[in-house]
Design a protein around this ligand. Structure first.
Ligand code: GUN
Length: 284
């Protein structure tokens, strides 16, 4: 089994972005800036946001941070987004999810200008992905494609099974694998014969949020397995959706948790911010 090192591959991407950022800044004579908005005090979100800001610093971009209390009115958040949409110096806008329950995530996502939606969550970007036009790609699925390609895992013509149908991972993942000419199956909580379907996968992407759910009875010998889970086991230890120890000798490729998919999400966010600045500078 070849362990796919997401930390190493994400570092390569961040280093590539860093060089591109430096060259672009030289050319356009201004900073490249990402606005990061965090509402409330969810501890996981705080960690993600901190890591995103650190990655901006590493790649030479500026992060502009907004930390709003949980009881902030949705209207206030929407006005902040309006202001950031209009600001010439802001290239990307990111609202960390989940939002507090009194806010409507769809309404908030819709308010971000598609040209600044570096998360790729706006319906315009989702629609562009669906029909195969250019647009921002959601960071986690785009990062998984990079992991597979840079590790030399063939995708064209392969059977790819995606477990999970979220808007952030499962659904866009299916579209990206389709774009790479895989034969794609999406499974979810109502799927019958889940084991049999997973056992036919050349590439299995696990994104259901259940600790160590995928054991060896779900895995075809020689499969490439990508674990998107960020779960806690019985002892409270961070683990993925796959039972790593149980499946490792069956897989041809496997991503660890942590150190697999996680770091890729942030590297692809940096790539999207750079692309946004480049496009905005060229189309002004
Ligand atoms: N919450 C979980 N994943 C993500 C992500 O990729 N972007 C944002 N903004 N929030 C998230």
């Amino acid at each position: 089994m070849i362990l796919i090192d997401g930390k190493k591959i994400s570092q390569e991407i961040k280093d590539e972005v860093k060089e591109q950022v430096s060259a672009l800044k030289e050319k356009i004579k201004r900073d490249i800036s990402l606005a990061v908005i965090l509402v409330g005090d969810d501890s996981a979100s705080q960690v993600y946001v901190r890591n995103k800001k650190k990655a901006c610093e590493y790649t030479g971009m500026r992060s502009v941070s907004y930390e709003l209390p949980a009881e902030t009115k949705e209207e206030e958040l929407l006005s902040l987004i309006d202001e950031l949409n209009e600001r010439e110096d802001i290239d990307g806008i990111l609202v960390q999810l989940p939002l507090p329950p009194h806010m409507d995530e769809n309404r908030v996502t819709l308010r971000i200008k598609p040209e600044k939606d570096v998360d790729g969550f706006h319906p315009v970007n989702v629609g562009n992905l669906l029909i195969g036009n250019d647009g921002f790609l959601p960071c986690t699925p785009a990062g998984i494609i990079e992991l597979l390609k840079r590790s030399g895992v063939p995708i064209d013509g392969k059977n790819c099974v995606i477990a999970g149908r979220s808007n952030i991972v499962g659904k866009p993942m299916a579209l990206l694998m389709l774009r790479e000419n895989a034969t794609v199956t999406i499974c979810h909580s109502h799927t019958k014969e889940l084991k049999d379907i997973c056992k036919r996968a050349d590439i299995l992407i696990a994104a259901i949020g259940k600790p160590k759910f995928f054991t060896r009875n779900y895995i075809k010998e020689g499969a490439a397995v990508i674990d998107v889970g960020m779960d806690r086991d019985n002892e409270g230890k961070l683990c993925g959706d796959c039972d790593f120890e149980d499946i490792k000798d069956l897989c041809s490729y496997l991503t660890p948790v942590p150190g697999g998919v996680g770091p890729m999400t942030i590297a692809m966010l940096m790539k999207n911010c750079f692309e946004s600045a480049k496009t905005r500078a060229l189309t002004k």
